[in-house]
Design a protein around this ligand. Structure first.
Ligand SMILES: [Cu+2]
Length: 237
């Protein structure tokens, strides 16, 4: 009982997580709001755009308001909260077939040109706790926006921990790479050079398995409108 693609069920994701999801999504595409696609076997489900109350109580609107093609494309034309439910049987009530999203307003309209300089923020991983055991780095990263040009600082007592940049598989399975790829200074500064997913783990003992791991998604430079699109500049730094 699922809608496929770009769906996040309420209950599985917190509001915050959805926001960061969507923020990432809209920042990595050139259109202000990507279309949301509900994909399902036609006839088995449908899609209603509803309001918050209806969403919560699973009140099914009149059938003529339903989308039912099995591949319903919804363009998120305006920012704000949007609620969608499936109106078949008890799918909303019992099956959790309901989706709540918060569409963020783009700080910038389309026709982007690039800022010459990146935002250049410095993130101390784990803030005052630093790079340590018993810390939830995914919670720390949630809601933060990392841009190309920003820096991560891993701060820890030298010799107690270290930092490896790894790929997604090594991240999930805590596979420690060769020791010569490690950062060990205790104040390791990493400049985020390219957009995309980045994974970091501690390679000491079972620290990675114990949760000393950080996953972030680096966004391209923030963009803003240029009145003369042909004047588009490339990043200079
Ligand atoms: Cu460690």
């Amino acid at each position: 009982m699922v809608w496929r693609r770009h769906i996040c069920r309420i209950g599985k994701h917190s509001d915050e997580k959805l926001q960061s999801h969507l923020a990432v999504f809209s920042d990595t595409t050139n259109i202000p709001f990507p279309p949301w696609i509900f994909k399902y076997a036609a006839g088995k489900h449908n899609v209603f755009r509803v309001n918050g109350t209806v969403f919560q109580q699973c009140i099914i609107p009149p059938t003529n308001e339903a989308l039912s093609s099995g591949y319903d494309v919804i363009t998120l034309a305006t920012p704000g909260r949007k609620w969608y439910i499936c109106g078949v049987g008890k799918h909303c009530e019992s099956g959790g077939m309901k989706l709540f999203i918060n569409v963020l307003s783009k700080s910038s309209p389309p026709l982007p040109s690039y800022y010459p300089a990146p935002s250049g923020k410095v993130f101390v991983v784990g803030d005052y706790k630093g790079w340590t055991l018993n810390f939830d780095y995914q919670a720390w990263a949630m809601g933060k926006k990392f841009y190309v040009g920003d820096k991560l600082v891993f701060r820890y007592p030298k010799g107690i921990h270290n930092v490896f940049r790894v790929d997604g598989t090594s991240f999930h399975q805590c596979i420690i790479p060769a020791a010569n790829q490690t950062l060990t200074s205790g104040y390791d500064v990493i400049t985020l050079q390219t957009p995309g997913r980045k994974w970091y783990i501690c390679g000491v003992g079972k620290h990675c398995q114990m949760g000393m791991k950080l996953f972030i998604n680096v966004l391209p430079y923030p963009t803003r409108v240029s009145s003369i699109p042909s004047n588009k500049q490339s990043p200079t730094t």
